[in-house]
Design a binder for this molecule. Structure first.
Ligand code: FA5
Length: 340
């Protein structure tokens, strides 16, 4: 018992000399987890008659030292807080720092507007790869090797022969047709495209496209016109005039391009529309029988339309942005202008 009394005396004296948290924790290791713990374990080695009295005393000692330790630790934490407040005073009257809100990139906002319009018309989103083979990007789209139309798309080739970065989203038509044939299709295929072109105010080497594809037993040019006119009116407003011109793409026959009247001059003629009064928004047409067949559909039973548009060009028209290079320059002064 006298050992317990001297342990208590030593432990309390040491505890009083601890002036920082680290010393208190060292004290806990030495006494509570060390000597006191040993004293508790000793109960089992004593003659049974001595155990109750010794056990009671050792437990009381443990309880007392634990309580003393906890109150010393709490007091030390309080003192440490006061020391830190005194050394670096906190001015609670200072105004807070404003939280910077992020926003969606203007291309993402435009893409989402396009998705919403086509979703309302029953088009689902289908993703297709950005790295393609030559055959899917060109061959299966009715542009065999050495076809002069390949020159319309200057291409980034990889070091693997026949593997390239897609120049347009149209190869996605082949992927979706082969996956869903012979079911009817109504999808849009958004994504990045890459072209080995000179960068100008209107052309980038990487840009988004949104492809559209509808296949069924009775899909006609009238369906294509109705879909595109409804799309243009919803995106640019009911008052917009829409013009359809004939064009050429190897994978559609007939092929068309769609213009809207210039948003800046309303058709009067200005520098944005190069004095024509019209702005081109997309290329489209009826899916060529060769492409239908390559996708697994029999052109005698199925027909379809396809279209491809550039969301960056559409955003340029919507917000009168005069240089496409702004989209990827990461200049926050530009990006902050769009959206809330
Ligand atoms: C095509 O890429 C065809 N695949 C579109 C198509 C799909 C036609 C299905 C018929 C059926 P084009 O090269 O015109 O066509 O590009 C389509 C759109 O992508 C253009 O109207 C333009 O908005 C955008 N675009 C093309 N090149 C660039 C570029 N370098 N930078 C930014 N946008 C571009």
């Amino acid at each position: 018992m006298s050992t317990l009394a001297s342990l208590e005396e030593r432990a309390l004296a040491d505890l009083r000399s601890c002036t920082e948290e680290a010393a208190l924790r060292a004290w806990k290791t030495r006494y509570l987890e060390g000597e006191v713990d040993q004293a508790v374990k000793k109960i089992g080695t004593l003659p049974p008659a001595e155990r109750p009295t010794y056990g009671k005393q050792v437990n009381e000692l443990k309880k007392k030292l634990t309580a003393e330790y906890e109150s010393a630790l709490a007091a030390e934490k309080e003192r440490a807080l006061e020391r830190s407040l005194a050394s670096a005073p906190l001015d609670v009257t200072l105004p807070g720092r404003p939280v910077q809100r992020g926003r969606l990139h203007v291309s993402t906002q435009t893409l989402r507007s396009i998705y919403a319009i086509f979703a309302d018309m029953g088009f689902q989103i289908y993703r297709s790869p950005e790295v393609e083979d030559d055959e899917t990007n060109f061959g299966l789209l009715n542009m065999p090797e050495h076809h002069p139309a390949r020159d319309m798309w200057d291409t980034f080739h990889t070091t693997r022969p026949g593997v390239l970065l897609r120049t347009h989203t149209s190869p996605g038509q082949i992927h979706v047709m082969r996956e869903l044939c012979p079911k009817p299709i109504r999808v849009i295929l958004p994504g990045m495209c890459y072209r080995y072109e000179a960068i100008t105010t209107r052309s980038e080497i990487m840009f988004h496209q949104v492809e559209g594809l509808a296949i069924g037993e009775h899909v006609t040019m009238a369906d294509l016109k109705g879909t595109l006119i409804a799309f243009a009116r919803r995106l640019f407003g009911d008052q917009r005039k829409v013009r359809i011109r004939s064009s050429y793409f190897p994978f559609t026959e007939p092929s068309i391009e769609v213009d809207v009247d210039c948003i800046v001059c309303a058709g009067e003629g200005c520098s944005l529309c190069k004095r024509s009064g019209w702005l081109e928004i997309l290329g489209a047409g009826m899916v060529h029988p060769v492409v239908l067949r390559n996708g697994g559909y029999d052109p005698a039973c199925f027909s379809g339309f396809a279209f491809g548009m550039g969301p960056e060009r559409i955003a340029m028209l919507t917000y009168a942005i005069d240089d496409i290079r702004q989209f990827w320059a990461n200049d926050l002064r530009f990006l902050r202008q769009f959206g809330t």
